[in-house]
Design a protein around this ligand. Structure first.
Ligand SMILES: [Zn+2]
Length: 174
């Protein structure tokens, strides 16, 4: 398996390709920037190896514990963390649940401390507004995250393929 460092390098090597292709397809500097940032986040932080104590996991710093239930639930390299689409989809949903939970707790705390008069419905209205008005941008984020995660899974797959091949060749020589 490539180390966390190798995975990081592969993510960075593919960066010009991601920028070039996205800009070529969309001709939009904003969408290109959003996709690129999402790609980096997908490769360096929100990647498949959040299912173990990895460099990606450590990058979450003081809030990395939010990924502990994810690690307990999924065996390393499970289809649900390393599979195409399903891996990213599950992580995005998982993270959204945490954000919603932490958002609700913050609303309660702000209301209790400063009578902020926030409500969970104003929070969800803002969210619905953001989804409706920035659909293309959200889509760019999801695509970027998925490409970032895929650069990881593909290099995992290729490295185990080549290790197996090498092992087979060695056996044949003996
Ligand atoms: Zn992996």
């Amino acid at each position: 398996m490539p180390s966390g460092r190798t995975h990081d390098q592969i993510t960075l090597w593919c960066l010009p390709l991601v920028i070039g292709i996205t800009y070529g397809l969309t001709r939009s500097p904003v969408i290109t920037a959003i996709t690129t940032i999402a790609y980096l986040v997908g490769g360096l932080m929100l990647g498949p190896d959040l299912d173990i104590h990895s460099i990606q996991y450590k990058r979450w710093g003081p809030i990395r514990w939010i990924w502990l239930p994810y690690q307990i639930a999924l065996p390393h390299r499970s289809r649900f963390s390393h599979g195409p689409l399903i891996g990213t989809a599950l992580r995005v949903i998982y993270l959204a649940v945490w954000i919603a939970l932490l958002g609700l707790i913050s609303v309660e705390i702000l209301n209790a401390l400063w009578d902020a008069q926030l409500s969970s419905s104003s929070l969800s209205n803002t969210f619905v507004y953001l989804i409706n008005h920035y659909l293309t941008e959200w889509f760019a984020i999801l695509i970027g995250l998925e490409i970032g995660a895929m650069s990881h899974s593909i290099s995992d797959f290729m490295s185990s393929y080549f290790t197996r091949k090498k092992r087979r060749q060695k056996k044949r020589r003996h």
